[in-house]
Design a protein around this ligand. Structure first.
Ligand SMILES: Cc1ncc(COP(=O)(O)O)c(C=O)c1O
Length: 468
């Protein structure tokens, strides 16, 4: 008996040796392919080829009776490793975003007067009734204790009522998770949906948090690069190609951070149809929907079969520091995301949830006022940019502008640091959002004066940069 066991164990070790030798051989071939692509100036990523590699291995697994799910896992890992040996790695980009933010914060704390055009925070104050509700909850509740990880019944019902009224739907409270800001919704949505066995698709430029979450989930990231010269339009053919290669989750930030683009209704409809046909989940981050300056269609109003909708009280009600938002999805997905809350943040504090209920009662006039103010800031910034050497597209919504500096080999990160040191203006470098070294992001969260003066100093600095 023990002799048989030892023989089997020996056999396993020998098989492992053979597998590793074969993997090494495969990687050497991949490296050679990488060299050839470089020499021939071919794109390092070819989704069509990847799809045929996957299909081939699935066919083999079927023939030999190996689990398809397992084969997919292995082949995806092998493809990722092949890309790594070809020098293609996914390094998170949030360092570019938070790097400038932290530096600016440190300078401010030392008393330096800065113009902060990097912060994604509207300077609107939340309605006074919101603070009052939190104060009341803190004074009437003797104990401030744990509450349900899903969120209180009262807030989930209030969110359901509000969403159903706004979008004419019948969402039930068990499809809602109350989260510590929209960011946690994004984090939990990504980590519960993707892993190394599947793939996530980003529309570039993107908020770097999506990419960081995808890296944590160890999933393969595909990107569709969009360009200013084509008005940041998403190429549907590229979406089709990525879906064919096995996308599990597509992230749509609508209105977009950083471009301010709104996906037109007909395009959104086509994307949803493609997602439905390919069993792709759409994570729709609509935290900037209150700032929509042209018709905006929510994912909630489409026929999307499988979505995770992300919303927040931060940008909409001027409540960034309260850390409250919500996600809407199927009860099954919400249960999975709720588990993430349970094992991490536990719950959003009850007094914050009470305040959030009050925020939902904010009248439309106040929200329209916020939106009009933001639109006015867009006009002011655009006027400044129109008189400058920068190229940009006027945002359709959101609270950012993403201009391009028309200088070859311009490095936005170097520029942002120099701008901060010399002109005392903070902006977010384009590298934070993808392959955009000639771009930077301006936030319109601050005052009109700051926006005007900030852009004025930016232009001055660019003219100097151009000369020298
Ligand atoms: C695109 C996008 N989604 C979500 C969030 C999350 O915001 P919060 O966690 O404050 O709700 C942000 C914040 O900057 C954002 O830019």
């Amino acid at each position: 008996m023990s002799n048989n066991l030892e023989i089997s164990r020996k056999k396993i070790r020998e098989l492992d040796r053979k597998i590793l030798i074969l993997i090494n051989e495969r990687l050497n071939v991949a490296e050679r392919i990488g060299d050839t692509k470089k020499k021939s100036n071919l794109s390092p990523i070819n989704l069509k080829v990847e799809k045929s590699v996957l299909d081939n291995s699935l066919q083999i697994s079927k023939t030999i009776g190996l689990s398809e799910e397992f084969s997919k896992k292995i082949i995806n890992i092998l493809i990722s490793q092949s890309l790594k040996v070809q020098g293609i790695t996914s390094e998170g980009r949030s360092k570019y975003l938070y790097g400038v933010f932290e530096k600016a914060k440190e300078m401010t704390s030392k008393g330096e007067k800065l113009i902060r055009l990097e912060i994604g925070e509207p300077n609107f104050l939340c309605p006074p009734s919101v603070k009052e509700a939190a104060r009341k909850a803190l004074t009437t509740n003797e104990k401030i204790g744990y509450v349900s990880a899903a969120g209180t019944k009262e807030l989930r019902e209030a969110v359901a009522n509000k969403v159903n009224q706004t979008h004419k739907l019948e969402i039930s409270p068990n499809q809602i998770l109350i989260t510590p800001g929209g960011k946690f919704g994004v984090f939990a949505g990504i980590l519960t949906t993707v892993s190394e066995v599947n793939r996530l698709l980003l529309i570039e430029p993107y908020w770097p948090v999506y990419e960081e979450c995808a890296i944590l989930a160890r999933t393969r990231i595909d990107r569709i690069h969009t360009v200013l010269d084509n008005s940041w339009k998403i190429d549907l053919e590229k979406i089709k190609e990525a879906f064919n290669a096995g996308t599990k989750l597509l992230i749509l930030c609508n209105p977009s951070n950083p471009t301010g683009n709104i996906i037109p209704e007909d395009e959104l409809k086509s994307i949803v149809e493609l997602a439905n046909d390919n069993n792709v989940t759409i994570l729709a981050d609509e935290v900037y929907d209150v700032y929509a300056f042209k018709p905006f269609k929510s994912i909630l109003e489409t026929s999307c079969n499988d979505f995770i909708y992300i919303q927040s009280f931060s940008k909409r009600y001027g409540m960034t520091g309260w850390r409250v938002g919500y996600a809407i999805s199927s009860p099954t997905t919400i249960k999975k995301m709720q588990k993430m809350m349970q094992i991490s943040a536990t719950c959003v504090p009850e007094f914050v949830q009470k305040a959030a209920i009050k925020a939902l009662e904010t009248d439309d006039a106040t929200l329209t006022k916020f939106s009009k103010t933001m639109k006015k800031r867009v006009e002011i910034a655009s006027k400044e940019l129109d008189d400058s050497p920068l190229s940009y597209k006027k945002p359709d919504g959101g609270m950012y502008i993403f201009p391009r500096v028309n200088i070859e080999k311009f490095n936005s990160q170097d520029f942002a640091l120099k701008l901060l040191a010399e002109q005392k203006v903070a902006v977010s470098p384009g590298q934070a959002f993808g392959d955009y070294t000639r771009y930077f992001r301006i936030s319109l969260g601050g005052s009109e004066e700051d926006i005007k003066e900030g852009i004025h100093r930016i232009v001055k600095m660019i003219e100097k940069w151009q000369d020298g």
